[in-house]
Design a protein around this ligand. Structure first.
Ligand SMILES: Cc1ncc(COP(=O)(O)O)c(C=O)c1O
Length: 390
């Protein structure tokens, strides 16, 4: 049996292959510390788990729920946007519940893109923007994120003939993989640019609540008029350590919310209601904010371990203000991030993500994820620094 033609070009997902390699090394008795994948290692707040359990014990929560999230869940998303960003959303028309934001990123292209439409995609970037575009028959145009521009795209450098055919501009701040942040002024420029060129901005913001040193990341929805030209994806995965729950949301332009909703109704039958109950608790209970602060302090400790170890090894790394990642340049003399990470895995027992996995402009960098305990992170960094000094 041959796969469909549209599957051409889709190999195994990088992390699926890496997982197999690590399993094989562990089977040989090697101790491997994983600081590659961007997944929270700690649980959500207790009161969120309680809300799930309480809901699951009720007899009336086990059937199908409303497509795209219940009105209560959508109202909770609106409450969160109001509380966190001072942004008013109409829960009925400007909010859609997602089974994790990843599906929404993918569906957006299916709902909007015709063959031949151009989609502007950051390079390096999260691979789903490209995959969704490719399966919709769209044409990706990669917009480089360069260190000299603080990993913000230079929108004015996009050629006019590309802009004429462009339908979507993807943005992602706080950024994966570079951990760069965007000031609200950049979002204002992007909204003006989208309006001028009649392009939809799709802002992917799952790390908006993973921030350090007092930094507060803005929502693109804070820009006046953003809803006319933009949608924003957000997620409970990283904000509240709920990655396995598969709970996210898309907010913003009501037409686009409706298109993705219609598309989704063909595919899935929404969430398990207790998951939504936990999500409502996370989004609306005031106890979540001190919890977020404590959780971010845990990531900050890990971040500081990584940054100081890399600096000790002579690597000039920026201290990230947000996200779950440290993005560092390859040590001098190294040119191939896949080769470098592969040797670090085999020889030092430390698994990191090569920058080139995220696109050609990710080459020359390595991504470390903060989803590992401080104790293990210390050991990983000691091993890495010792290996680098060899
Ligand atoms: C930039 C970015 N977008 C979206 C996602 C997907 O998050 P989820 O589907 O868990 O909401 C991730 C997960 O790693 C991510 O890094």
């Amino acid at each position: 049996m041959k796969p469909a033609d549209r599957m051409a070009g889709f190999g195994a997902y990088f992390f699926a292959q890496l997982g197999k390699r690590i399993a094989a090394l562990r089977a040989e008795g090697k101790d491997i510390i994983r600081i590659d994948i961007g997944a929270p290692d700690l649980p959500p707040p207790d009161f969120v788990i309680e809300a799930l359990v309480e809901s699951a014990r009720r007899p009336d929560t086990h059937s199908y729920t409303t497509y795209g999230g219940t009105p209560e869940f959508k109202a909770a998303v609106a409450t969160y946007y109001q509380r966190r960003f001072d942004v008013a959303l109409d829960p009925a028309t400007e909010v859609l519940g997602l089974i994790g934001s990843k599906e929404g990123l993918f569906h957006l292209a299916q709902a909007l893109v015709n063959p031949g439409d151009v989609v502007l995609i950051p390079d390096p970037g999260y691979p789903t923007y490209r995959a969704g575009t490719a399966l919709a028959g769209g044409e990706p145009y990669f917009v480089p994120l360069l260190p000299e521009n603080d990993f913000l795209p230079d929108l004015e450098a996009i050629p006019a003939d590309i802009l004429r055919r462009a339908k979507i501009l993807w943005l992602d701040y706080p950024n994966n993989p570079t951990s760069a942040v965007a000031p609200l002024s950049f979002f204002e420029e992007a909204v003006a640019f989208a309006r001028k060129h009649d392009i939809l901005i799709a802002h992917d913001a799952p790390y908006v609540d993973v921030t350090f040193d007092g930094y507060q990341a803005p929502s693109l929805m804070q820009v006046p008029g953003a809803k006319e030209v933009a949608v924003e994806f957000n997620s409970l995965s990283k904000s509240f350590n709920m990655a396995g729950w598969r709970l996210g949301m898309m907010v913003g332009n009501p037409d686009v919310v409706r298109y993705v909703h219609v598309y989704k109704t063909q595919l899935d039958t929404s969430h398990f209601q207790p998951v939504l109950a936990g999500g409502i608790a996370a989004l609306t209970d005031e106890r979540v904010w001190p919890w977020v602060e404590e959780r971010n302090a845990i990531y900050k400790e890990r971040r500081d371990i990584v940054v100081s170890a890399l600096r000790e090894a002579g690597i000039p790394v920026e201290t990230p203000k947000a996200s779950l990642y440290v993005w560092y340049p390859l040590p001098e003399g190294e040119t191939d991030s896949k080769d470098f990470c592969s040797r670090a895995l085999e020889e030092a027992g430390v698994s990191m993500t090569p920058g080139s996995v995220f696109g050609p402009h990710g080459e020359g960098f390595v991504r470390v994820s903060l989803g590992t305990s401080a104790d293990k992170m210390r050991i990983a960094m000691e091993r890495l620094v010792a290996w680098l000094k060899k």
